[in-house]
Design a protein around this ligand. Structure first.
Ligand SMILES: C[S@@+](CC[C@H](N)C(=O)[O-])C[C@H]1O[C@@H](n2cnc3c(N)ncnc32)[C@H](O)[C@@H]1O
Length: 222
């Protein structure tokens, strides 16, 4: 099924988009930002590495990355057309500090990413999977929080925003259960968000037009 995101135009990720097939062998060593950006940029003074899970059309990355040229951003998206759309957009904006990966972010983090290499995990308007039998597909789970803790640097953050009340209660409960791993803090805010916005992603703007309320928190690695 196509969403018609390219409006008839071929979407070209170019060197900005990576597929799981380009990653090292599954049983090989774990990787970090140097795989996507090279060792020199990864080790440059002040360099940070932030991951967005479910980057959708890439609006957050397009807005946030130019404000933080020293930060390396990896958007991980598991819907092929959205991955291609976002990577094409990043390429057209020539955002040298952004890469997109076409993969399941939870699996990527669990199996591929090395310890203590991430400064922030961004999770904005994650799919709520409202039916009980689908809850296991939600990104926030006990094990995924353990994995975020493993890959985050000391005092690194998980930033989470949702409009979905039941998913919010789920996240609050999982945050409470993971209190030995993370301190819960008020959402720190995003510098590229517009006036009155929380993060300014595509879904936030869509839901704001419907006057939905938003919930947000930061989990800081202990
Ligand atoms: C509701 S959209 C939100 C997109 C964007 N964050 C925003 O706020 O506009 C959720 C996105 O997350 C992606 N997604 C869901 N689970 C994912 C996973 N495990 N790994 C990578 N992407 C995922 C979906 O394909 C979808 O594009």
């Amino acid at each position: 099924m196509s969403f018609g995101l390219g409006r008839g135009r071929e979407l070209e990720p170019g060197e900005y988009g990576f597929t799981a097939a380009q990653l090292p062998p599954f049983d090989g060593p774990r990787i970090g930002p140097e795989f996507f950006f090279g060792a020199e940029r990864t080790n440059a003074p002040g360099a940070r590495f932030e991951i967005e899970i479910g980057s959708g059309k890439g609006t957050f990355l397009v807005q946030e990355a130019p404000k933080h040229p020293e930060t390396l951003f990896l958007g991980v998206e598991n819907a092929g057309e959205f991955f291609r759309y976002a990577a094409d957009r990043i390429r057209r904006h020539e955002l040298a500090n952004v890469r997109l990966l076409y993969a399941d972010a939870v699996e990527f983090i669990r199996h591929r990413l090395r310890d203590a290499c991430v400064d922030v995990v961004h999770l904005y308007f994650s799919d709520p999977w409202p039916k009980k039998r689908h809850h296991k597909r939600r990104v926030v789970q006990r094990e995924s929080l353990e994995q975020f803790h493993r890959v985050l640097r000391p005092r690194g953050e998980v930033r989470l925003v949702t409009d979905h009340d039941e998913l919010w209660r789920w996240c609050e409960q999982h945050a409470a259960d993971a209190a030995h791993l993370f301190d819960r803090e008020p959402f720190g805010g995003v510098s590229s968000a517009g006036e009155g916005e929380v993060v300014g992603s595509n879904f936030e703007r869509k839901y704001r037009r419907e006057a939905r309320p938003f919930h947000a928190m930061t989990l800081r690695r202990r």
